[in-house]
Design a protein around this ligand. Sequence first.
Ligand SMILES: Cc1cc2nc3c(=O)[nH]c(=O)nc-3n(C[C@H](O)[C@H](O)[C@H](O)COP(=O)(O)O)c2cc1C
Length: 169
Amino acid sequence: MNATLETMWNRRSVRKYRSDPIPEEHLNLILEAARRAPTGSNRQNWRLIVVTDPDIRKRTAKACNGQMWMADAPVILCMVVLPGESKVNGTIVLDHAILAATSLGYGTCWIGAYDRTQVKQELGIPADHDTVCLTPVGLPAEQPAARRRKEPQELFSRDRFDAPLDYTP
Ligand SMILES: Cc1cc2nc3c(=O)[nH]c(=O)nc-3n(C[C@H](O)[C@H](O)[C@H](O)COP(=O)(O)O)c2cc1C
């Protein structure tokens, strides 16, 4: 197993955080991983808001359907795409940041349950921009077990949709 695969295997949704700050060099590596992510035609039509202000973190967590544990993490990332841009690009970029954070020992959790209007208001996001997802980033205060995944035959096909592709995980 190489380091990249180990990072992917080890990532979990972390919903309990320590408040220790993230050293700037680590945060910058996470942001640089995002900056290096691919986008369609290399458009890079995204903006990542790095929320560190404790009060804004709390208000952001409240806007995320009251998932207040998010605000315990020292950083919340909010991915925004520019007008007309596909959310797919923003999702890929945020995943790069999440995997970089995982590789540095930080917990993250994709947050897709939020009030769009409220998040946009709290973070001053222009009306014509669209939010994608958010994630807290911080040292984990829990070690969640891996959640069950579907068996390969439920997820993969060979050559055609209805032809099985099976392997032993
Ligand atoms: C697009 C997306 C949105 C999600 N939104 C939330 C959320 O709002 N709150 C939450 O606690 N978890 C959220 N999750 C986390 C999923 O519940 C989690 O990824 C899934 O249960 C698998 O667990 P794992 O991430 O630990 O492997 C979201 C995940 C994705 C990919």
